[in-house]
Design a protein around this ligand. Structure first.
Ligand SMILES: [Zn+2]
Length: 395
């Protein structure tokens, strides 16, 4: 990997600076060769906290700006042109660009001054200042490893921010415009089911995780394979399909507990089954209100599975010591009578009527269903063979 420390005058950086009011972000600089792409929310916070004024103040005082980091992504565009992307330093560059293009004023000697109204010597304090830039170029893993190191030195990046740096290019740019954009009106709806801060790339991470997993890949494998793609159709389609499936199956419910569940895994397992949405929603409603349900987040998979897995919604089903006791007692009595230790098998007229199951072939069952108030203790425990326990379900 190549890293190069450069000193670039502010006048070059802000040459061709473009700012999007709509997305509240700096777009380009360095005569169009630099893509700025700041994290939207961070940029917003910067403005809120008046930190953009502070950046200009420190330039006017001749203070250094600190290091910024660019990635040389020319190779991934492969169009013969120069392409640099800002990995860290977006807010500082955007603040300076916004000031130089007259987007805000700073107080100088008690008076509000826009860039154009500054005396020439103060103007040049800004435009002649040199930005200290680390430009790096290398393979994905090299860049990632390098930024991990920086990360520990103070620039705090999330896993997905690191991946975006490592696989920078048209695909990441398009994916960020969709999934990391707080102005995207769909974010509100997504946040009912997906946890994370879009500006820290955590929504994009979920979309990538869902889509890559559905294709048997890791996020890194997926991003490497699609790095040069200019469209994100497959990513968008899969993510949207999962979200809309959840909305449909649960009849538009948006319970707090639905946020951050592994919806794509559930979609892969239950997505092809037919459900009565109204019934599903009222089942969820009842279970949410039930004092027996101690694990509310498990309710959705529980109803999707046809109420077959009570362990999803109760933290403790039976103590393993109770299971061993019940097995020993049942097996001893069954042997004495010459019948199966599964009471259901014992009542049948087939080869299993006298079969003695091993502990691993049996499951603990509530005699009175927990949903009808049955307790998870020895008095309400009956061992059934796995087949009959499954057949009984939770009813
Ligand atoms: Zn049985």
């Amino acid at each position: 990997m190549k890293t190069e420390l450069k000193q670039i005058p502010i006048s070059d950086i802000v040459n061709g600076f473009q700012y999007s009011e709509l997305h509240a972000k700096g777009l380009y600089g360095l005569s169009g060769t630099l893509t700025i792409q700041p994290e939207y929310q961070r940029n917003y916070v910067y403005k809120e906290g008046n930190r953009e004024v502070a950046v200009i103040d420190s330039l006017l005082k001749g203070y250094p700006l600190g290091l910024v980091y660019f990635v040389d992504s020319a190779a991934s565009y492969n169009d013969g042109a120069e392409h640099l992307e800002v990995l860290d330093g977006q807010q500082r560059i955007t603040s300076i660009g916004r000031f130089c293009t007259g987007k805000f004023a700073v107080k100088v000697d008690g008076r509000e001054r826009y860039f154009n109204s500054l005396p020439p010597e103060e103007k040049s304090l800004i435009t002649d200042a040199k930005m200290l830039v680390y430009v790096c170029e290398g393979t994905e893993s090299e860049i990632k490893a390098w930024f991990k190191t920086i990360n520990t030195v103070g620039v705090s990046l999330t896993d997905q921010e690191l991946r975006n740096a490592a696989y920078s290019g048209p695909f990441v740019t398009a994916a960020k415009a969709e999934f990391s954009n707080t102005k995207n009106s769909l974010q509100q709806k997504w946040s009912n089911f997906v946890k994370g801060d879009p500006t820290r790339q955590e929504v994009l991470e979920v979309a990538l995780e869902w889509t890559s997993n559905s294709q048997g890949q890791t996020i890194d494998e997926y991003m490497a394979a699609h790095r040069h793609d200019t469209n994100i159709t497959a990513l968008k389609d899969y993510y949207t399909t999962v979200i809309e499936w959840v909305e449909t199956v649960f009849d538009g419910r948006t319970d707090r507990e639905m946020r951050g569940l592994p919806w794509a895994d559930l979609y892969e397992e239950y997505g092809q089954k037919a459900y009565d949405s109204t019934k599903m929603s009222s089942l969820v409603e009842d279970l949410m209100a039930s004092p027996h349900v101690t694990r509310k987040k498990g309710v959705y998979e529980y109803v999707l599975s046809g109420e077959k897995k009570p362990e999803l919604i109760v933290i403790r089903v039976f103590e393993s010591s109770d299971i061993r006791t019940a097995y020993a007692k049942q097996t001893k009595e069954a042997k004495a009578k010459g019948v199966s230790n599964c009471p259901t098998c014992a009542g049948l007229e087939n080869v299993n009527k006298t079969r003695i199951y091993k502990p691993s072939e049996m499951d603990a069952d509530h005699v009175t269903a927990w949903s009808k108030g049955g307790q998870s203790n020895l008095n309400n425990l009956e061992m059934l063979c796995s087949v009959h326990n499954r057949a009984k379900g939770n009813r």
